[in-house]
Design a protein around this ligand. Structure first.
Ligand code: TRP
Length: 467
């Protein structure tokens, strides 16, 4: 088991690394979640906080994950076992594996909705519908016991198909095609949105900050989302880091992936808000922004038929390159730690996650909707169905994972080893290391801890109000 490092599959090119890692980062988080939380938390002011979180906490944690994975040449759990043998640190990897399982379960369901919407758009089903009928179509779809599961199974089959091919001939090969395609589509949508008469209000919403709208809660959201959008806190970037060549400069890779992710999130905002404002619709719809608000927008837009297909196709592509990275976390573990061959590992992982996701999907329907579980959120304990429960649960797990990854690098691991990993491909010592250490040792764990405590309602219980 220990002597397989020489044949270990890996990315074959720099472009492949960027396509795969940016493909992981760029997903539903950028095109579905980022626009709606930006809408809810007030636009540009929220974006500024988000950018600070990305640069200050997100990038150091991403660099840490890449370096850990490349150092160990192992999956998320194997990495901790190898770098800190006979210590409980491997539990951090376990946390990631559990998170991967649950995230992919619900992610596959939401990605399935987007595929259903590609299909509905092709059939021109939204044409002529009023706002209420569009809402009912969405609610009707997700509360249907069969339809979302069929699409979810299809989506998960595509995900598994790519992961089956391995790193070079699977993930790298497909992300190198899909990511440029994604860029072209989003550019087309941006041009359409920005040139809409009245779209300027949407552009200012994204670019002109109104700090009176900012709240401590918005800061919490921003940091939480930084983890989700950069695929951090659950070993995805550890796993991908283990496939990055020794010649790559990990600081540069981190920078490129982060910039790509941020630019695409902003481009998604630019594709959505000008259109939303141009047709006089409220930007703060929440999770239903792309599934309910946008079909209304497309209905009124010249060429809406075409742009609607394009938009939901974009969403499905973005979701696919992310879901392969989540599945790879589980497959790499099965493959290396449980000695399964890749085909068997992929089939077992994808099947069990799909079944779990289908059960979560039934939580939105009459069949399992009556199961309401309590979950602690920032303003108290709420009952929710199992689908929402899983979404909230993973939102909490990522910061916990990030917390332990930061602690491990900052305090648990040999500092020289870490610096050697970051520097050995580089020419000399990276200047950013001066900032990196205080961030990874103090700032990141403390900031993450505060966000986590708030997210499970600790401040609320203590009577501290974060308006
Ligand atoms: N980053 C992806 C998105 O924005 C989702 C994702 C992929 C992810 N891998 C992850 C989220 C690992 C958290 C952890 O949609």
């Amino acid at each position: 088991m220990e002597n397989n490092t020489t044949q270990r599959d890996a990315f074959s090119s720099r472009l492949g690394i960027i396509a795969a890692a940016a493909g992981s980062a760029i997903g539903l988080g950028n095109i579905w979640k980022f626009p709606y939380i930006t809408g809810q938390y007030g636009g540009a002011a929220f974006i500024i906080i988000y950018l600070i979180c990305i640069a200050l906490i997100g990038m150091p944690v991403m660099l840490s994950e890449f370096a850990l994975g490349r150092r160990a040449q192992k999956n998320a759990i194997g990495t901790f076992k190898k770098l800190a043998p006979n210590t409980p640190w491997f539990l951090t990897g376990w946390l990631g594996l559990v998170a991967a399982f649950v995230i992919l379960a619900f992610y596959g369901v939401v990605a399935g909705w987007t595929m259903a919407y590609v299909w509905k758009s092709i059939l021109n089903q939204f044409a002529g519908m009023d706002a209420e009928t569009i809402t009912n179509t969405f609610v009707g779809m997700i509360t249907n016991p069969v339809q979302p599961i069929i699409w979810q199974v299809l989506f998960m089959a595509l995900t598994a198909g790519i992961v089956l091919g391995g790193i070079k001939d699977g993930i790298e090969k497909y992300t190198k095609i899909l990511m440029p395609l994604l860029l072209v589509i989003i550019l087309i949508l941006d041009i359409r949105a920005i040139t809409l008469p009245g779209g300027g209000a949407g552009v200012s919403f994204l670019l002109a900050p109104d700090f009176s709208k900012l709240s401590a809660l918005a800061v919490m959201q921003a940091l939480g989302h930084a983890f989700f959008t950069l695929s951090l806190g659950m070993g995805t970037m550890i796993t991908y880091g283990s496939y990055i060549s020794q010649h790559e400069n990990l600081g540069t890779t981190t920078m490129q992936v982060t910039i790509a992710d941020t630019v695409i999130a902003l481009m998604a905002g630019l594709a959505i808000f000008p259109a939303v404002f141009a047709f006089g619709i409220e930007p703060s719809a929440g999770p239903s922004l792309v599934f309910i608000t946008l079909p209304n927008v497309f209905n009124q837009m010249a060429g809406g038929y075409f742009f609607s297909i394009l938009f939901f196709f974009l969403l499905a592509v973005a979701a696919l390159t992310s879901s392969v990275s989540i599945l790879e976390v589980v497959v790499a573990y099965f493959d290396e730690e449980l000695n399964m061959d890749r085909v068997k590992a992929t089939i077992i992982a994808a099947t069990s996650i799909t079944i779990f996701g289908a059960i979560l999907s039934l939580g939105n329907t009459d069949i399992l909707g009556s199961i309401q579980l309590p979950f602690p959120v920032s303003d108290g304990i709420h009952d929710m169905n199992i689908f929402d429960w899983a979404v909230e649960f993973t939102d909490r797990l990522l910061p916990v994972g990030g917390f332990f990854i930061a602690l491990f690098v900052g305090w648990g691991m040999n500092k020289e080893d870490f610096e050697d990993e970051v520097h050995h491909a580089d020419h000399g010592k990276a200047a950013y290391m001066t900032f990196f250490w205080p961030i990874i040792r103090y700032l990141a764990p403390i900031a993450i801890l505060i966000v986590f405590l708030n997210s499970v309602g600790v401040f609320n219980a203590l009577g501290i109000k974060l308006g």
